[in-house]
Ligand binder design. Structure first.
Ligand SMILES: CC(C)(COP(=O)(O)OP(=O)(O)OC[C@H]1O[C@@H](n2cnc3c(N)ncnc32)[C@H](O)[C@@H]1OP(=O)(O)O)[C@@H](O)C(=O)NCCC(=O)NCCS
Length: 166
């Protein structure tokens, strides 16, 4: 199996929609419980490509098996920062794909001039938290009882990576 990591292209829209939907429907790891509609995803992909935003995907042939992107903030005073999101579909986890995606994303974001990358991860998501720590993210705070879903409470952990400490 050869997995390639590359910047997203418009032709990946449908595959991105499928991958995002698959991970969202697990109802554990993402805030989303399903993907937004395909036309909304296409807008996001176009927006990211037009602005050269950081959005990498992992492909096994034509199948998208993972993604990692950063939504840069546009509010004056916050444009040095952005919010990271990522996912790898279940059958492809623990094979180093998330690491490769995250590393590529961080490197491009810092090279492009971002100096703060932030994210939120559910406290129950130990695997993602371990991955973020491995690549230099540090915990900044906790939103306690941030989610109540399917009868389970979860905290959201706020993490960030600063260029200055990298
Ligand atoms: C989190 C996620 C992206 C990790 O991707 P992955 O391809 O499985 O991760 P990798 O194989 O690259 O793992 C790299 C390192 O991260 C850590 N890690 C990843 N998954 C882990 C797990 N389930 N338990 C413990 N550590 C884990 C380990 O340190 C691992 O290194 P190792 O395999 O040498 O021990 C993936 O599990 C996923 O998509 N989960 C569901 C969606 C999600 O959580 N998105 C993030 C929301 S904030």
């Amino acid at each position: 199996m050869t997995i390639t990591i590359k910047p997203i292209a418009l032709k990946h829209t449908k595959a991105f929609h499928q991958a995002l939907d698959q991970v969202a429907r697990e109802r554990r790891y993402l805030l989303l419980l399903e993907s937004p509609p395909l036309d909304h995803i296409e807008q996001i992909v176009r927006y990211n490509i037009e602005r050269n935003a950081v959005h990498f995907v992992a492909l096994d042939g034509k199948q998208m098996v993972g993604w990692c992107d950063i939504r840069p903030y546009t509010t004056p005073g916050l444009t040095h920062a952005g919010e990271l999101g990522m996912g790898v579909i279940a059958a492809y986890r623990r094979q180093g794909i998330g690491y490769r995606l995250l590393e590529a994303t961080i490197n491009k974001a810092l090279a492009d001039g971002l100096s703060r990358i932030e994210l939120e991860v559910f406290a129950s998501n130990h695997g993602a938290k371990a991955l973020y720590e491995k690549l230099g993210f540090e915990q900044e705070g906790v939103k306690r009882q941030a989610r109540y879903l399917d009868g389970v409470w979860d905290d959201l952990i706020m993490m960030a990576l600063l260029k200055a400490t990298k």
